[in-house]
Design a protein around this ligand. Structure first.
Ligand SMILES: *Cc1c(COP(=O)(O)O)cnc(C)c1O
Length: 444
C-alpha cells in the first residue's frame, strides 16, 4: 500500500460541487432515472489510496470507500495488475459451462478463513443481495423449511426478497411491494437504546421468545444477522447476544447466516466480524463489498452439507464469479493473507476512537461512539435524551462534503455518521478528516 499515484492530500479549489460537476449533473438528471440517488454529486475522475479526485480537480478524503468496498484502497496496485492481466486473457466463459481456476481460488481462500471447525464450500455471485438470496435458497433447500428470521434495523439489499428482509420502509421498500412472505423481524440487541443493563443473553431471549411464539422454531429455515449492522448504524450487539442466538439455532436445526457483506473482509480488524464473539458459529456467510477492491463479486461460504444441498444447476447465474472480478478478489484476499491489513484496520481504530470519544466528551449531541476497526460511527441525539438528531447529521455531513471529506450517514433514524475509510489511509489524513468534523461540530 506504499506507493501512491495521487498525492494523499485534501484539496478543495472550487465550490462543491464545482462547475464541471454541476454541468455533468444537469445532464445526468436528463439521462438517468431519478430513483437512483446521489449523496454528493461531484463527478469522480480518478482515485488512489484514500483520495478521490473530481472533474474540477478537487481532492476528497474518502471516509466511505463506496460503502466499505475499496477497503484495500482505490486503484490498489495489486488489484490493478491482476485485473489488467486477466482482462487481456479471459473475460467470460460462464463458470457453470466451462470453468476457470480463479473462481476456485476465491472459494478456496474464503473456505480457509471462514471460522468454524467444519468442511466448507463457497459459491460466487455478483452482489450482496444476490448472495443473501442464495443463502436463503440453500437454507430452505437444506432444512426443507420456509420461514426466515431477520432483525430490526437490518439491511440486506434491494431485490424483492431482500427488500422484505430490510427494516426500513424509506427509501428501500416504499411503494415497491408486494414483498416476499415468510420473513419475520426480531428485536435487535441495540445497547444504546435497549433498557439499561440489558445483557446480550437477555436481548437474545427477547428475540427467541418472540420467534418461538410467533413462528415456532421447527418452521424456521434460517436466521440471518449482520454481526455488526451496516446501514442500520453500526450497532454492535451486547456481548453474549450472538452466541446465545448461535446456541439456539444449532439446537433447533436452523441455519445461522451471518451477513458479512459490510463488516467482513478485514473491515473490523479480523477476516470476519463474526470472529469477535466466541461461540458464535454461523453456518453460512454472505460476503461482498470489500472483497475485490471495487470489482463486483460476492460469495456464500459455509458448511459443505448445506452448500451441497442444492441439485446441480440450482445455484449460479451468468456473471457470477466473473474471471476479472475473481482475479481482483484473489489479489485482495492474498494481500490480507500476506499480513498487515487486519493490523491496519485495528490501527485506524486506535487513531480514530480516542478522538471520537474526545468529541463525545465535548459535544452533548454525540450520544454514542461505536464500532470496531475501520468501521466506526457516531450516533447523534438531542442533548440529554435518546431523541434522534438527524438535523445535526445532515448539517455535519454537508460541512464535511463542502470541505473535502466524504462521510456517509446511516441509521434507521438518519442520525448516525459512519466511517468506512480505506485501509490505505494515513494517520495524517485521518486526523485531517477528524479536524474537519470537529470544526463542523464547533460551528453547529
Ligand atoms: C450492502 C449490503 C447488502 C447488499 O449488497 P449489494 O451488493 O448492494 O446488493 C447486503 N447486506 C449488507 C449487510 C450490506 O451492507
Amino acid at each position: 500500500m506504499a506507493d501512491f499515484s495521487i498525492e494523499q492530500a485534501r484539496k478543495i479549489t472550487t465550490s462543491i460541487p464545482g462547475p464541471k460537476s454541476n454541468e455533468l449533473h444537469k445532464n445526468r438528471l436528463e439521462q438517468v432515472g431519478h430513483g437512483v440517488g446521489a449523496a454528493l454529486p461531484v463527478y469522480i475522475e480518478k482515485a488512489n489510496g484514500a483520495i478521490l479526485v473530481d472533474v474540477d480537480g478537487n481532492q476528497f478524503i474518502d471516509m466511505g470507500s463506496g460503502i466499505g468496498v475499496t477497503t484495500i484502497g482505490h486503484t490498489n496496485s495489486g488489484v490493478v495488475e491482476a485485473v489488467s492481466r486477466q482482462v487481456a486473457e479471459l473475460t467470460h466463459t460462464l463458470f457453470t459451462v466451462t470453468p476457470y481456476q480463479s473462481y476456485v481460488d476465491v472459494c478456496e481462500i474464503l473456505n480457509r478463513h471462514m471460522p468454524g471447525n467444519f468442511v466448507k464450500r463457497s459459491a460466487l455471485f455478483n452482489s450482496g443481495a444476490e448472495a443473501v438470496e442464495n443463502a436463503v435458497k440453500l437454507a430452505r433447500k437444506f432444512t426443507k423449511r420456509s420461514e426466515i428470521a431477520v432483525f430490526d434495523h437490518a439491511y440486506h439489499g434491494r431485490t424483492n426478497l431482500t427488500m422484505a428482509m430490510n427494516f426500513k420502509n424509506m427509501p428501500y421498500a416504499d411503494g415497491f411491494g408486494p414483498f416476499a412472505g415468510s420473513v419475520t423481524h426480531l428485536p435487535m440487541s441495540y445497547p444504546f437504546r435497549d433498557p439499561e443493563g440489558m445483557t446480550g443473553e437477555e436481548a437474545a431471549v427477547r428475540a427467541i421468545t418472540y420467534l418461538e411464539k410467533r413462528i415456532g422454531a421447527h418452521n424456521l429455515a434460517a436466521l440471518v444477522i449482520e454481526p455488526i449492522q451496516g446501514e442500520g448504524g453500526f450497532m454492535v450487539p451486547a456481548p453474549g447476544f450472538l452466541k446465545a442466538l448461535s446456541t439456539w439455532t444449532h439446537a433447533n436445526g436452523i441455519v445461522l447466516v451471518a451477513d458479512e457483506v459490510q463488516a467482513g473482509i478485514a473491515r473490523t480488524g479480523k477476516w470476519f466480524a463474526s470472529e469477535y464473539e466466541e461461540g458464535f458459529e454461523p453456518d453460512l456467510m454472505t460476503i461482498a463489498k470489500g472483497i475485490a477492491g471495487g470489482m463486483p463479486i460476492s460469495a456464500v461460504t459455509g458448511r459443505a452439507e448445506i452448500m451441497d444441498s442444492s441439485h446441480a444447476g440450482g445455484i449460479g447465474g451468468t456473471f457470477g464469479g466473473n474471471p476479472v472480478a475473481a482475479a481482483a478478489a484473489v489479489s485482495v484476499l492474498k494481500q490480507i493473507e500476506a499480513g498487515g491489513v487486519l493490523e491496519k484496520a485495528l490501527h485506524i481504530e486506535s487513531v480514530m476512537k480516542p478522538r471520537l470519544l474526545d468529541l463525545k466528551a465535548k459535544f452533548a449531541i454525540i450520544g454514542e461512539v461505536r464500532g470496531r476497526g475501520a468501521m466506526l460511527a457516531l450516533e447523534f441525539v438531542e442533548p440529554g435524551t435518546l431523541n434522534p438528531n438527524s438535523a445535526a447529521v445532515d448539517a455535519l455531513v454537508k460541512h464535511c462534503h463542502q470541505n473535502g471529506v466524504l462521510v456517509l450517514n446511516a441509521g434507521t433514524y438518519g442520525n448516525v455518521i459512519r466511517f468506512l475509510p480505506s485501509l490505505a489511509i494515513s494517520d495524517e489524513l485521518l486526523h485531517d478528516a477528524l479536524d474537519v468534523l470537529a470544526e463542523g461540530l464547533a460551528k453547529l
